[in-house]
Design a protein around this ligand. Structure first.
Ligand code: CA
Length: 690
């Protein structure tokens, strides 16, 4: 069925358009970031013969989110903890390795794992944005540092996980940290020297502050400042540009996706007043000067962690008989936006996941029609999609032959409510959302049922008709990034560790590979000496993997790059990892201790160690910690920071010794429940955080 469609609909187009040599020179395949390749040696008829050509193991088992870049037969790939590898793209032989040597404590400042989404390569230079805020240019041949600039204030909890993009003679980078309290911006530097060209702040500073001397000064004062109220500037206001930055070579512009505010809660951040520009917006800037061109705000007065940072695809679509230069984004808020990128006008928007916070977009104003309850002013609101997003950073792809966008989506419900206890805590998370409402059930069965209601889907979306054409559900919590090819194939990894190829027009599963670990990253494809290769990184982690209640941890091998070709016969090394049991202390703790500890854990610990103290195995499952039954060891780690070099900073800055002991009491209860329920199941030891 798939092959017939392939022949009729696409083969002639793909052959006519085929290049003699196609590699993967930028993150999204081309500057338009469609993540589509004209290569068709691997196609619906041949994909059954696809096998592993080679694999290369990294030295970190944290999350891997990068798409490799292939230029001149060399693969350049960044990994967690800000390392870069140059590999022979045909064989996987290592040519050089660079380690930015980020201090372990910086890991604490990263909301969503110590990941990197990729490097940029141009003119013999490899550009890495390190987790600690540096932008580093490396010699592409040797891996030696050419220049390095600090792009963020090291006294503030900024991090960088996004990939830089090159636009002509400039390289641009954003940053992250809005959950902690920072002021977001992007900066462009000269690729040759690292000299700063321009900077654009996404939110205004204090009305009484001197101008920044930045490209954003005029527009912030004139347009953005009047949309804010209260004392947002004391904590930066947020607006981090932590992922999508897309250079438009056709219009010589760059589009940036701006994230949520600090804190999330609009009532607290801005007294519930104003649109708070440019939060949750797509902003177009002149590539040479950073001058403002246009913006589209997806969530005026954003209050739910609805970043507008998701990947953006540029294309030309025929809409109502007319060619339109469009920008497409499937936003966290659940709407698929098609925007005319010449002037920023919204063409259409439709929800691609079920939603209850909005009934649609008012096309006269471009604003969402909100369910008033969704602002949780008087009472909590159970909302979908929610902070995880209907879609997050995972790359989507656009196939110009099928005219479909292939989109990894999520369905995840969250309870939002005001936190009457909120006060700003420097250096850690500040959402001003009630944590009491986030406490998961202690009943393992109820928790498992709740988690299984969350779903990942791969959706084929018609962006002109704004409707789903086909979709497949993943019986796992998370799906990965997507690649589309002229072979009429859609490639996607899954959190359960499968790498799959599907028919582009029907979604039929045509091929899959078991990778030993979850796959989140976007795949790439390239041709060398007449052979087409498909590459993807394995390595589970990231914000969702850290925070979700996983039931029991899965042993995590080091991340790898996996490279496939027709007739490939390589295999992965045997994987086994020692397992360890739950350490349930025999001490007795009071009900009050456990109850206080439950809330404190939810406030301070779950984002890394898993909701309900049930880690997925990326970071340690504390029910299995050797320190759990030892008050002194527990205090040395949690209070004093004995494991700071691994990212586990001491909490005495925020918590009292009594509170730290309460958290131990809560995890002791969880360990006891696990010991009672999971006795027959071998328990995984989480390897050291490396
Ligand atoms: Ca966010």
């Amino acid at each position: 069925m798939c092959a017939a469609l392939f022949t009729a609909a696409t083969l002639s187009i793909s052959v006519a358009a085929k290049d003699t040599s196609v590699q993967w020179p930028v993150l999204g395949g081309t500057d338009l970031e469609q993540r589509f390749s004209r290569l068709d040696q691997v196609n619906v008829d041949t994909v059954g013969k696809l096998g592993l050509a080679w694999s290369f193991e990294f030295d970190s088992n944290r999350g891997q989110e990068a798409t490799p870049i292939v230029i001149g037969g060399v693969m350049y790939v960044s990994t967690s903890w800000s390392r870069v590898y140059a590999l022979d793209a045909a064989t996987g032989r290592q040519l050089w390795r660079f380690d930015a040597q980020v201090a372990g404590r910086i890991g604490f400042d990263a909301c969503c794992d110590v990941v990197s989404r990729g490097v940029a390569v141009a003119d013999g230079r490899v550009f890495l944005a390190a987790l600690d805020g540096r932008l580093i240019a490396l010699d592409a041949k040797s891996g030696k540092t050419l220049w390095s600039v600090v792009t963020t204030d090291p006294t503030q909890p900024y991090t960088i996980t996004g990939a830089p993009r090159v636009m002509g003679d400039k390289v641009i980078i954003g940053n992250a940290g809005a959950e902690y309290g920072v002021r977001g911006y992007v900066t462009a530097y000269a690729t040759a020297t690292g000299k700063q060209s321009w900077r654009f702040y996404t939110v205004p500073a204090s009305p009484t502050a001197a101008p920044d001397g930045a490209a954003s000064d005029r527009i912030l004062k004139k347009v953005a400042l009047p949309t804010w109220a209260g004392h947002w500037y004391e904590h930066g206001g947020g607006g981090a540009v932590w992922d999508a930055i897309v250079y438009d070579p056709e219009l010589h512009r760059v589009y940036i996706g701006v994230g949520n505010g600090t804190p999330w809660n609009h009532q607290v951040r801005s007294e519930g007043k104003g649109d708070n520009l440019f939060l949750a917006s797509i902003v177009a800037l002149d590539a040479d000067t950073g001058a403002y061109q246009w913006h589209y705000q997806e969530n005026p007065g954003e209050s739910w962690d609805f970043d507008a940072t998701q990947p953006m695809i540029l294309a030309t679509l025929k809409i109502s008989g007319r060619d339109r230069k469009v920008l497409m984004q499937a936003s966290k808020n659940g709407f698929f936006y098609v925007i005319d990128r010449t002037h920023g006008q919204l063409i259409s928007a439709k929800n691609f996941v079920p939603m209850n916070w909005s009934s649609g977009i008012d096309m006269a104003t471009g604003r969402p029609i909100e369910n008033p309850d969704s602002r949780y002013a008087d009472k909590p609101f159970v909302m979908y999609p929610s902070a995880l997003g209907g879609h997050s950073w995972h790359p989507m792809a656009f196939d110009p032959q099928t005219q479909l966008v292939y989109l990894p989506t999520y369905q995840f419900v969250m309870v939002y409510g005001n936190d009457p206890e909120f006060s700003f805590r420097p250096g850690t998370w500040n959402t001003a959302i009630s944590y009491v409402l986030q406490e998961p059930s202690d009943d393992p069965v109820a928790l498992k049922n709740a988690m299984s209601s969350f779903q990942g889907r791969l959706v084929a979306w018609d962006p002109v008709a704004q409707k789903e054409v086909w979709s497949v559900a993943h019986p796992t919590l998370q799906n990965g990034g997507v690649l589309a090819t002229a072979g009429h194939l859609v490639f996607e990894g899954t959190g359960a560790g499968r790498f799959e190829a599907r028919c582009a027009s029907s979604g039929e599963l045509l091929w899959s590979f078991q990778a030993q670990d979850g796959i989140m990253a976007g795949p790439a494809t390239y041709e060398l000496d007449g052979v087409q290769y498909i590459a993807v990184l394995s390595g589970y982690g990231g914000g969702f993997a850290l925070g979700a209640a996983a039931g029991q941890p899965t042993p995590r091998p080091n991340g790898r790059v996996l490279v496939f070709r027709l007739g490939g016969t390589a295999t992965l090394p045997e994987f086994s990892m020692t397992t360890a049991a739950v350490h349930a202390p025999t001490e007795r703790f009071s009900d009050d201790q456990v109850s206080d500890g439950r809330l404190l854990y939810t406030q301070n610990c779950y984002r890394c160690h898993g909701a309900g103290a049930q880690s997925a195995g990326v970071l340690p499952d504390l029910r299995r910690s050797g320190a759990l039954a030892d008050h002194a060891a527990w205090s040395a780690i949690v209070n004093d920071g004995a494991l700071e070099s691994q990212g586990m900073v001491g909490f005495k800055r925020w918590l009292t010794p009594v509170q730290i002991e309460d958290i131990r009491a809560y995890i002791a209860l969880k360990a006891k429940i696990a010991a009672d329920h999971d006795e027959s199941v071998p328990q995984a030891a989480t390897p050291a955080n490396k």
